[in-house]
Design a binder for this molecule. Structure first.
Ligand code: HDE
Length: 703
């Protein structure tokens, strides 16, 4: 009898009756979908040994019909994603601001399912595309499902939902030839963006290294819109949500990202999966920025404008709880693919604002599930079911799972004892915040929405020098993929509103002057409007630079889960072992890479590449000096500014390969024995990348 292997990680969600895998248990006979045991799964039913297949073969048809319908439409955006289960726990009650139960009981572990995605690529596209990442979290609270459906960038491209289909059409592969896949580097995207000044802030984020994360575990998350908290007394405050990763915020280099896309397109998915399987559970703290209702209009920007963030210098982020992802899905399709998020899945104590982007989203998510998941009963799929009991009069529809045993399906009633009855506020019934409202019907925005450049400027000014260089190079690359000069010129004109040097650095790459700035067609701002400054809030000083917007000072105190390759053949095995032991003691994941497989080697130069590692060490010179693959391995690691340790006479390889003075570059170590450099190597790996190497006039070219 075949036994089903058990999952090793603990489960954090209770399994409901309908979720139970009926194939569980010891006896695993192969059956049809109807449970009929199958005698022969190798041969279809034929008229004779050499005869035609028979239509009668119900077993063949059962199998093939199901197979023919295995695919459902992929998400129109965020098609490529990875998910994981876990839990959320608040540090202390937030009763002052919100009555949400899961934000008030520090003893409660609320189960969550998180799905992290790219936006533009198809379901099978690469993880390392330059893109915004979706960061969606479903909380299975005692009061029903709460979804925080955010991104890894705190702002969005557009201010109003009505522009979303245009934005997505422009960024997706072009309609005539369906190219390029998972890339904003093409003409239609930049044509659209060059006419949308409101996009400039998000464009700065998209062109920064934030859009090529090292790992989804090392990414921030943001609710983007301003939401409302409502407390027990009915008092409301505005809130912006943040997820702060405990491993810090880290990215890869641009060239590295494109190479990873070829070598391991599942890089982020694999990284998340392996970390969880290894027990290195990713953690994020939930942060909130709270704005008192009376301060709604104190900012230079409108709190309802999703292209603006609230600088942390104006309103600090308070860390109020922690999410831990500790279990991989059992089945990708059933969980990660079928999970259905919706910003309108709310619990009492959390409410919406009139952000015009958010308002449009409230329509879109259920609408899209109706097509994607085939009908209104997607809420009954195991991954979407609330843990809180559901009692209502919704009935029937495609693929209904629930067998309603009550024939009374209307309210009010007496025949069903009045059940289910309206909860009322006292019993946890949801009430929308009674925001006063009386105005004209208009198609317009408030005036403060019109400042499109101050925060783009704030972001650019807050970047470190290497980050600014990376951003410039990303723009040079992206605009270099644009064929129509007028589109490129219009974009460079737009950059001039953000920063003159940025615009001219990009223009230089195309041998053109920064064009006279002409305001785009669909905006009402006069061409000579100077970029506004960030205005003081509550008499606080102007924010010109915000530390939180740069990754330069992020957490860099650990090498936990960092991937390190040690190039060593059999002659270097002892040194490799010594280094491996030291690094593993600090939580790094170490692989020994050899020219040919030997007993102590995990991988060979043929089966791996340095772009999938955070740091490399090389033992000895002889095994490598004549191997082009070894040279590429080291060159890439050097170019991508990774920590490098040369052991024994490995340091002489640089001269042999024409990498003069590389030993003097930051983050490069050399010693006769592994033991002598292990501690320094650990420090250099924890520093993530040694971007200063890009500036070194001797050893590498800029950027
Ligand atoms: Fe989405 N978005 N979105 N979005 N979004 C979807 O819903 C939409 C926006 C976000 O892992 C779709 O189930 C509109 C902002 C995430 O399953 C769709 C607008 C933010 C995910 C949809 C926006 C997001 C989606 C596609 C402008 C960050 C993936 C499939 C008004 C705050 C969730 C689906 C997952 C998915 C519509 C803008 C985040 C079509 C109309 C802003 C993380 O309904």
């Amino acid at each position: 009898m075949a036994k089903r292997p058990q999952k090793k990680n603990e489960s954090t969600r209770k399994v409901t009756d309908l979720e139970k895998d009926t194939s569980d248990g010891m006896d695993q006979k192969l059956t049809t979908a109807q449970g009929l045991p199958i005698n022969d799964n190798q041969n279809s039913l034929k008229a004779g040994l050499r005869g035609p297949a028979l239509l009668e073969d119900h077993i063949l048809r059962d199998k093939i019909t199901h197979f023919d319908h295995e695919r459902i439409p992929e998400r129109v955006v965020h098609a490529r994603g990875s998910g994981a289960h876990g839990y959320f726990q608040v540090y202390k009650p937030l009763a002052k601001w919100t009555k949400a139960g899961f934000l008030n009981d520090p003893a409660r572990r609320t189960p969550v399912f998180a799905r992290i995605s790219t936006v533009a690529g198809f379901r099978g596209s690469t993880d390392l595309a330059r893109d915004v990442r979706g960061f969606a979290v479903k909380f299975y609270t005692d009061e029903g499902i709460y979804d925080l459906v955010g991104n890894n960038v705190p702002v969005f491209f557009i201010q109003d939902a009505i522009k979303f289909p245009d934005l997505i059409h422009a960024v997706k592969p072009e309609a005539h030839h369906e190219m390029p896949q998972a890339a904003s580097a093409h003409e239609t995207f930049w044509d659209f963006i060059s006419l949308m000044p409101e996009s400039m802030h998000t464009i700065m984020w998209l062109m920064s290294d934030r859009a090529i994360p090292r790992s989804v575990r090392m990414m921030e998350g943001f609710g983007v819109h301003t939401f409302r908290f409502v407390n027990e007394q009915g008092k409301s405050s505005f809130v912006k949500f943040h997820w702060k990763p405990l491993l810090g915020v880290h990215s890869v280099a641009r060239d590295e990202a494109t190479k990873i896309s070829g070598k391991d397109p599942d890089f982020h998915r694999r990284d998340l999966w392996e970390a969880i399987e290894n027990g290195d559970f990713p953690e994020w703290e939930l942060g909130v920025q709270i704005v008192d209702a009376k301060d709604e209009h104190k900012f230079s920007f409108d709190l309802l404008d999703p292209t603006k963030l609230i600088p942390e210098e104006l309103v600090p982020v308070q860390r109020v709880g922690k999410m831990t992802l500790n279990r991989n899905p059992d089945n990708f399709f059933a969980e990660t693919e079928q999970v259905a998020f919706h910003p309108g899945h709310l619990v009492p104590g959390i409410d919406l604002t009139n952000d015009p982007l958010l308002q449009g989203r409230l329509f879109s998510y259920v609408d899209t599930q109706l097509t994607r998941l085939g009908g209104p009963n997607f809420n009954e799929l195991p991954i979407n079911r609330p843990l809180a009991p559901v009692h209502n009069n919704q009935r029937d529809g495609h693929m209904r799972h629930t067998i309603a045993k009550q024939h009374i399906n209307y309210e009010p009633n007496t025949l069903g004892g009045g059940c289910p009855y309206q909860a009322g506020m006292k019993n946890g019934g949801f009430t929308s915040f009674p925001e006063p409202m009386e105005d004209m019907k208009v198609r317009a925005k408030s005036e403060k929405f019109m400042d499109h450049f101050s925060q783009a400027k704030l972001f650019y000014n807050s970047q470190s020098k290497p980050e600014q260089n990376h951003l410039i190079n990303a723009l040079r690359f992206e605009l270099g993929k644009v064929d129509t000069p007028a589109v490129r010129e219009r974009m460079i004109g737009m950059l001039a509103y953000v920063d003159a040097q940025l615009a001219s650095a990009v223009a230089d790459a195309f041998g053109i002057e920064v064009p006279e700035v002409e305001m785009p067609l669909n905006q009402s701002i006069p061409a000579d409007t100077p970029p506004a400054e960030v205005q003081p809030y509550d008499e606080e000083p102007m924010v010109k630079r915000s530390k939180a917007l740069s990754m330069a000072d992020t957490i860099k105190d650990t090498i936990r889960t960092r991937r390190v390759a040690i190039l060593a053949d059999e002659s270097g095995a002892a040194q490799a072992k010594a280094l491996k032991t030291a690094l593993e003691a600090e939580g790094a994941m170490v692989k020994v890479v050899a020219p040919m497989k030997h007993a102590d080697a995990d991988l060979t130069l043929m089966t791996t590449t340095s772009v999938v590692f955070d740091a490399i060490a090389v033992v000895g010179r002889e095994p490598w000096v004549d191997l082009p693959d070894a040279q590429d391995f080291v060159r890439d690691a050097f170019r991508h500014c990774k920590a490098i340790a040369m052991i024994g006479d490995a340091g002489t390889l640089f001269d042999a390969w024409g990498m003069k003075d590389a030993l003097k570059a930051p983050g490069v170590l050399s010693a006769p024995q592994a033991k002598a450099l292990a501690q320094d190597f650990i420090r250099d790996i924890a520093a993530h990348r040694h971007w200063a190497r890009e500036e070194d006039p001797v050893t590498g070219k800029k950027g």
